[in-house]
Ligand binder design. Structure first.
Ligand SMILES: Cc1ncc(COP(=O)(O)O)c(C=O)c1O
Length: 382
């Protein structure tokens, strides 16, 4: 077996139909969407159609969807603009958020613009919601809570409706980094009254360099980038037309096929977990990643019973065998350079062992998973 791609939480391959649509867009529709002639108008109409399509699936209003260059930009924009425009003085988050959120919040704190609080986490990485309530009630400052729906490393899912309700009761704004969730889970922003969320097309078989921010209507946010009047004046710069068309198609495909495809990916994940348990004694699963009721169906984070010497070469050796996955931690002869997520959740003993994240898509097969487990077993036993 030559190439086994099990790093779908990092990015996914593009669906052939998405490539077709993008190619057509690149060839046939090169007008600048801001131009008033027919070339421009055609591009503009297609962008507005894409916005409507996305809004329809989320039960949102089209004006609430702002196209961006991806998840990082959308997360940065929301946090920074909420502080600048909405009087937010306190941000409450966790230490296991993606760096797009974590580093932005840390920068805002260093700039002296906010107070930053991290919620306590339990041994699985679940945020303590009693701590959240206590922090929300601790003073009168305007607060923004930022908690990701699906953790990109350990796959944990938070109870988004419960967090929404707590934020509403306490008059706080709620942002969720939903980059690992949009395209994989159904959303209805009328039932889940979230203020802000973010998406990246490359996480659901769309192109890289495009995503969107969902900003609830009348959010009060003002533009972060100054310039032209694109995106209703909210995000200046000529739109990446072909990318937006690709995002739209990837979004449609994900949601139209969600039931079948999520069931397929979940069965691959469960198959892989069982196979690992059967073949590799001492294997453990980080966070809630082996419990599909509490984690995403798309990934599993595995802690392997391996000495630090072997751990160093594990990812490299998997790569040599054609298997692509992500390291969950890197141990270097005693000193622990672990991921910022795992170092919050694992015991010191487990942090010394290598952790790997395997993430799945509809394009994976059971044969690939059999091969991966057999290579892992061989590398561990060698
Ligand atoms: C949870 C999460 N947030 C944000 C991002 C950043 O998204 P992008 O790569 O589109 O900037 C990622 C991508 O790895 C992610 O997994």
């Amino acid at each position: 077996m030559e190439n086994v791609y099990l790093d779908n939480a990092a990015t996914t391959c593009i669906r052939p139909i998405v490539i077709e649509k993008m190619q057509k867009a690149l060839i046939e529709c090169y007008g600048n969407p801001s131009s008033t002639h027919s070339f421009g108008r055609t591009a503009k109409t297609a962008i507005e159609t894409a916005r409507k399509t996305i809004a329809k699936y989320l039960n949102a209003h089209p004006s609430e969807i702002i196209f961006t260059s991806g998840g990082t930009e959308a997360d940065n924009m929301i946090l920074r603009c909420a502080v600048r425009d909405l009087g937010v003085k306190t941000i409450i988050t966790t230490k296991i958020e993606h760096h797009a959120v974590l580093h932005t919040a840390e920068d805002l704190e260093q700039e002296g613009k906010i107070k930053l609080h991290y919620l306590d986490l339990d041994q699985y990485g679940n945020p303590n919601l009693e701590h959240l309530k206590a922090l929300l009630q601790q003073d009168e400052t305007k607060k923004l809570v930022s908690l990701m729906h699906v953790n990109n490393e350990i796959g944990n899912k938070i109870n988004i409706d419960l967090v929404c309700a707590i934020c509403k009761e306490n008059d706080a704004l709620f942002h969720s980094d939903t980059v690992q969730s949009i395209g994989h889970y159904l959303w209805d922003v009328q039932k889940t009254p979230i203020d802000f969320m973010t998406a990246a097309a490359h996480k659901f078989h769309g192109p890289k360099g495009v995503g969107f921010a969902y900003l609830r209507r009348n959010s009060g946010l003002k533009p972060m980038i100054s310039g032209g009047s694109q995106e209703r004046g909210f995000r200046a710069g000529t739109e990446s037309y072909h990318n937006i068309i690709g995002l739209e198609e990837a979004f449609i495909q994900s949601y139209n096929n969600l039931e079948n495809e999520s069931a397929k990916v979940l069965s691959l994940k469960n198959y892989f977990i069982k196979k690992l348990k059967d073949e590799i004694p001492g294997v453990k699963f980080n966070g809630h990643s082996a419990d599909s009721s509490k984690s995403t169906y798309t990934l599993v984070n595995v802690n392997l019973p391996v000495t630090p010497e072997k751990a160093l070469m594990l990812l490299f050796n998997l790569d040599v065998k054609g298997i692509a996955c992500s390291k969950g931690s890197a141990c270097q002869s005693g000193s622990n350079l672990s991921s910022h997520v795992l170092s919050e959740v694992l015991s010191d003993e487990d942090l010394e062992k290598p952790s790997l994240r395997f993430s799945f898509s509809i394009y994976n097969t059971q044969e690939e998973l059999d091969y991966t487990v057999s290579v892992l077993k061989e590398l561990i036993e060698k």
